[in-house]
Design a binder for this molecule. Structure first.
Ligand SMILES: [Zn+2]
Length: 430
């Protein structure tokens, strides 16, 4: 049995309510990238520069900063059932960028917002963070308020223009722009009751009906030849189920995915819910069913690795993660998870392999958990540097500098870790 089980439930309690956290999860990130890249390309954002951030917040919201960073709220993903509608939301946000509405957000504000965001890994990251609240999350006292305030407010004209541009962008990407209508209809369902009470003059956001009417008009005047690209909702359904499994309380998971629902998304959500509350046998059983149905899905193996880790079955956990990485080699969070298991298992060669995995993961994505695992693996002074990076990512400049100093007192001056420690030492105080 594993001690992390006990603390797992408290993870959300340690995150301050005012701050926004960003979820890292390879499956979710890769799928959203695939869905959004065509719209981004139409807005002249090269696919390689597009960065998608998943914000753990119940609001029905998304925004774009700096032209290349797309922030999508889990509240949006939970409620939007359709890939095409999600593309429409992002197209609208990109419409603000293309339309030049974005400059209201100063560089300083953007930097502050980024500082206020905390990084929180799903899966094993969440479990480990349960034992150590600073692990998954860069908690910045006092900075979080910035992010939660309304970041940008656009005029009604700007909203209308962004809707029109969204239609153009989607058509250019060969995506059916009718997804916008789906979104407006859904917004009407959600807030129709409250909106009807708001005076037209008191709100920056045009009433949804007005946007619906305008967009219908725009669609009438938009020409498109041939068929639009069809996007399947299957993978999206799995991702939504995963987020619901991780973020909703048990009862809400079961309301959404009752036992009679034997679809893969339902089994996925319930397996994750079971894992979270420590019902590991049920979690493992569900996950094996999913693997039986789709043995090529790397994320089912990732989940199995998470569950076996919690059981304390290091060998089974490691081989599940190995399988996941075989199916999806570019997965920094799975690499980190495997490294963590190997670091705890301590068989011959485990240390070397785990170190390699962390290095590969960091090339693709800098994550506090990866530095933390690395600090457990080094024993030659570099562990102090890894801890310095870890604290630096958590926004704890004081501790980061302490460890960087310690690293420099041990390491040779021409080593990369010595130099990187110097960068941390010369960084801002807070
Ligand atoms: Zn807007």
């Amino acid at each position: 049995m594993h001690k992390i089980l006990m603390v797992l439930f408290f993870i959300f309690a340690v995150i301050p309510a005012h701050a926004l956290s960003v979820i890292t999860d390879t499956e979710t990130e890769k799928l959203l990238h695939k869905i959004i890249a065509p719209v981004a390309t139409a807005a002249n954002i090269p696919e390689s520069r597009l960065k998608i951030h998943i914000v753990n917040d119940a609001d029905f919201n998304a925004f774009v900063t700096g032209g290349e960073d797309v922030y999508i709220y889990t509240g949006l993903l939970m409620r939007i059932h359709d890939v095409n509608a999600l593309q429409a939301v992002v197209a609208h946000e990109l419409g603000h960028t293309v339309g030049g509405h974005i400059q209201q957000m100063s560089a300083r504000m953007e930097a502050e917002m980024k500082r206020a965001l905390m990084i929180q890994a799903l899966g094993i990251g969440l479990m480990v963070a349960g034992g150590n609240p600073t692990l998954g999350a860069g908690v910045l006292a006092g900075a979080g308020g910035v992010a939660k305030q309304s970041l940008l407010s656009f005029s009604r004209d700007e909203e209308r223009i962004a809707d029109d541009l969204a239609v153009d962008l989607m058509v250019r990407a060969n995506i059916n722009p009718a997804g916008l209508l789906t979104v407006f209809n859904q917004m009407n369902d959600m807030m129709g009751a409250t909106e009807s009470k708001i005076s037209k003059h008191n709100t920056n956001h045009p009433l949804t009906n007005e946007r619906l009417k305008n967009t219908r008009e725009k669609l009438k005047n938009t020409k498109h030849d041939g068929e639009f690209t069809k996007y399947s909702n299957d993978e999206y359904e799995l991702v939504r189920a995963k987020l619901i499994g991780y973020l909703y309380p048990e009862q809400r998971i079961l309301d959404k995915y009752p036992y009679r629902d034997t679809t893969s998304p339902a089994i996925y959500a319930r397996a994750i819910g079971n894992m979270r509350r420590g019902a590991l046998s049920g979690a493992a059983q569900g996950t094996r069913t999913l693997i039986g149905r789709d043995p090529k899905n790397p994320y089912f193996f990732e989940l199995l690795g998470d569950i076996e880790y919690q059981f304390g079955h290091y060998d089974d956990s490691a081989s599940a993660y190995e399988m996941a990485l075989k199916l999806e080699p570019n997965a920094p969070q799975i690499q980190t998870a495997l490294a963590l298991v190997l670091a705890e298992r301590k068989k011959p060669n485990d240390n070397a392999r785990a170190t390699e995995l962390c290095k590969t993961a960091l090339l693709r994505e800098k994550a506090p958990l990866t530095y933390w695992v690395l600090s457990k693996l080094y024993d030659d002074g570099r562990e102090y540097w890894a801890m310095a990076e870890f604290y630096n990512m958590n926004g704890n400049a004081k501790k980061a500098k302490q460890f960087a100093k310690k690293a420099q007192s041990v390491l040779k001056p021409d080593t990369p870790e010595y130099i990187k420690s110097g960068d941390i030492l010369s960084g801002p105080e807070k």
